[in-house]
Design a protein around this ligand. Sequence first.
Ligand code: GRF
Length: 195
Amino acid sequence: KRVAILISGGGSNMIRLVEDMQADDHPARPVLVASNNPAAGGLAKAAALGVPTAAVDHRAYQGDRAAFEAALLGPLLEARPDIICLAGFMRILTPAFIDRFKGRMINIHPSLLPKYPGLHTHARALEAGDAEAGATVHEVTTDLDAGPILGQARVPVQPGDTPETLAARVLQREHQLYPLILRRFAAGARERFDI
Ligand code: GRF
């Protein structure tokens, strides 16, 4: 299976996915890492790992989502991906774009969905006094952060946690969860698998 990964920043999840796909027994391989942010640190890391990259600056389209996506579709379709992984990708995609990759696009979100869709998930979990937090990999549908859940990883919230300390703990678990779920998804598994 051919996998394209969309990032917006450092790409720590993308790196783990690409490194895991270097294993001979992996059913998928990376064909593109693309970003809406030409300065995304993950682009250089992807290139260093031998993965073709593309950058389409969303700021060049002044909030015209469809125009940005049309530009992104160029390199994306050229890579002929079977699967698209959103990994720290911070742009909301239009229903038209999502429908184009229906059933073949997955995302990692730093909360135990359905709790805390959207932003600032760790601050909200701390604010609510939750004993646990975590990350979710889900299929991308037109409802933001609400597609079928493919797997979750949980972490304890500890006394004195800040959004930053909690984010760091969750991120470690994201790095375990996402490669596992991509392996399963690429092999055709769709049932939920929590770690
Ligand atoms: C992190 O907050 C992570 O929880 C979320 O996206 C952000 C950046 O991830 N998935 P990455 O390091 O760019 O993969």
